[in-house]
Design a protein around this ligand. Structure first.
Ligand code: SAH
Ligand code: SF4
Length: 350
């Protein structure tokens, strides 16, 4: 099978072109076509001679993402996009629109890094499907290019990317970071690293590696519980990397990079939305540059827990805030269109 062109770094494109006897500057033109003009077919590369366009078409695939379905939430603010990959697997990308007064609207893409996930978190639709395969860096990058292209056609710009779709990004570390690096490139999409957020279930060695990168990409940790017993019952990976190891790695990250860590917490009624968990959480994160995002659980087929109530969520938030731990209550978007993590593609892949 031909290679996906989005899998290539600028120097790999240059290498291919020089091996074909083409001048180096053609590589820059191709890069600009892909990531600046957001062209999606070789025919659109009118800056190149026809012969080279044909050669590109023969050697490379220009897309691995075949659009299968788009679901729009009733308020029109969340779009769930289902893509079919060449090997028939399905992944999803979610595009969220945030209208702002007196300012350019914000548009955030939530992208996938794997088909399924090996981490098996009990409450997560992606975890419930098991692991199918890693996405290549090009397949990760192409999701962002797709969203940027769609927005450009509407005269809008993609402002943020959250790596919170299907899969565990730090289990597919090189492809995820490689894709973001390509999207950062100043002669291409030019999206600064601080516009990206990677969310991880807490793979400690990868967090330590990420700390060393000293990048401006934001880091979010899926915590969900403040003691080992409860966390292991919801997130099996906690047996391998228990809380003291995880928090230690986060503290090192915050200290070395001076960046704030976001902790994600899906509130399950009567399970982790209790005052006891809130107090334990305050204790766990004491002294760290941290922020907590709580989200009512998005119910899934194979998990019996229920979403918290508004009153309980507010009480949980109040305990954190009273103790100096910033906490935001987020609303899960797109529940009706199965835009909760992994829900739609999960239904297509099984
Ligand atoms: N694997 C990564 C990123 C993808 S999951 C991670 O776990 O962080 C993105 C976020 O959605 C995580 O915080 C995850 O815990 C959360 N999530 C998964 N299923 C959910 C559900 N049913 N309700 C609420 N949040 C959920
Ligand atoms: Fe994987 Fe994240 Fe879902 Fe856990 S919450 S199963 S790590 S995608």
């Amino acid at each position: 099978m031909e290679k996906l062109i989005y899998n290539l770094d600028p120097d790999e494109i240059e290498l291919a072109l020089t091996s074909w006897g083409e001048p180096k500057y053609r590589a820059a033109q191709i890069w600009k076509g892909l990531y600046h003009h957001l062209w999606s077919t070789p025919e659109q590369f009118t800056t190149l001679p026809l012969k080279l366009r044909h050669k590109l078409a023969k050697e490379y695939r220009f897309s691995n993402l075949q659009l299968e379905k788009v679901l729009l939430s009733s308020d029109g603010l969340t779009e769930k996009i289902l893509f079919r990959l060449p090997d028939e697997q399905a992944i999803e990308t979610v595009l969220m629109h945030y209208p702002l007064h007196n300012r350019q609207d914000r548009h955030t893409a939530c992208i996938s890094t794997q088909v399924g996930c090996a981490m098996g978190c009990k409450f997560c639709a992606t975890g419930q499907m098991g692991f199918h395969r890693h996405l290549s860096s090009g397949e990760i990058a192409e999701q962002v290019v797709y969203c940027a292209r769609q927005l450009a056609e509407e005269g809008e710009q993609l402002t943020n990317v959250v790596v919170m779709g299907m899969g565990e990004p730090f289990h597919n570390y090189d492809a995820t970071l490689g894709a973001i690096q390509r999207l950062n490139h100043p002669q291409g999409l030019d999206m600064g690293a601080r516009r990206f957020t990677i969310s991880t279930v807490g793979l400690v060695p990868a967090i330590r590696r990420f700390t060393k990168e000293n990048s401006q990409i934001n880091l979010a940790i899926s915590l969900h519980a403040a003691d080992d017993e409860l966390r292991s019952s919801m997130l099996p990976i906690n047996d391998k990397y228990p809380l003291h190891q995880l928090i230690d790695a986060c503290q090192e990250y915050a200290r070395k990079t001076s960046r704030r860590v976001t902790f994600e917490w899906a509130l399950v009624r009567g399970v982790n939305d209790t005052p006891d968990q809130a107090h334990k959480l305050v204790h766990l994160l004491r002294g760290m540059l941290a922020h907590v995002n709580v989200i009512p659980l998005n119910p899934t087929k194979k998990f019996i827990g229920e979403a918290t109530t508004k009153r309980r969520a507010l009480a949980f938030q109040a305990i954190l805030q009273k103790n100096g731990l910033p906490c935001t209550i987020r609303l899960r978007r797109g529940i009706k269109i199965q835009a909760g993590c992994g829900q739609l593609a999960g239904a297509q892949n099984t």
